[in-house]
Design a protein around this ligand. Sequence first.
Ligand SMILES: [Zn+2]
Length: 361
Amino acid sequence: MAYEVDFLPVGEGERCGDAIALRFGNLAGSRDEQQVWVIDGGTKESGQALVGHIKKYYGTDRVDVVVCTHPDSDHASGLSVVLEQMSKVGVLLMHQPWNHAEDIHHLFDDERVTRSRIEERVWRALQDVRELEKIATRKGIPIREPFSDDCKFVLSPSKAFYEQQLANFRCMPEVAKKTQMQRLIEALFAKAKEAARAAETWFKETLADPEPDATSAENNSSVVLLLELDGERFLFTADAGVPALTEAANRADALGIDLKNVRFIQVPHHGSKRNVGPTILNRIVGPIKQTESYDKAAYVSASKDGQPKHPAKKVVNAFKRRGAQVYATQGRTLWHHGSDAPQRQGWSNATPLPFYEEVDE
Ligand SMILES: [Zn+2]
């Protein structure tokens, strides 16, 4: 058994996204002794890059499992290229929001909000996932909705938690306007605060626990995956915020798994400080180490010129304090692999991000 995980760079400038490929099994053996997965595809360009990467480095044009974590374009749109261009895809794991209209329409305190009105809204608004469903249907790729209720490597969302988030998606009736207005106000405040800097030390943490609605419902609908590859566990968090990560931690507890022992974790939402705080990090990464030492790796998909926003320096520091070295894509592919993975010519060791003595507020 061996494994390799690749985080491909997504986007130019400030925009971020996720495009992840991984392979495990007998990597020296035949294709049938291996599993190839794709977790999100970023933009169309990174989707194209994923296809090329899988063919070149994994030597196959078949993908066993494609996961679409949530419907935001920076994760979902590139998957259309993967579905189109791969000769075979075993299964597409993706939420189909229109299937849940019946369950959620009564959550709205307005009888004009009918099942069909909800269906129409999500159908119109969530074009990227609609496109994925269309391609999958045409190519005969089965679709399954990943819920923690019945999928053992999904830690979040459960079906109930997903439907709660779905009712608060931007495209939903009534709540939509309010959320947009709230966001505008929040963005203005955030801008004003951004100019300020603060000093941090190993033991002085300025990162605060974010409000439960600090990140979008779409982000909190993200599929959080705990995969076991070659005896090691990997936690993929997509754009999950504190509510979703708490769901995931609770689920792990129920399964008797201590996430603090997981050695590989994805920093959620491109390193945004709206998605994590000390409380959840103590649960899923671990407590602050007494001295600077690292026994984990944290990977973050962040754009090249995303500084200072993504990854937020105080988030990088928070992971490092808890023993996780942080590596950011920032224009390059990050390759994480076990000792049995095949060699790659010309690839060098990635440099972790430093501990920052000054962070942005
Ligand atoms: Zn994202």
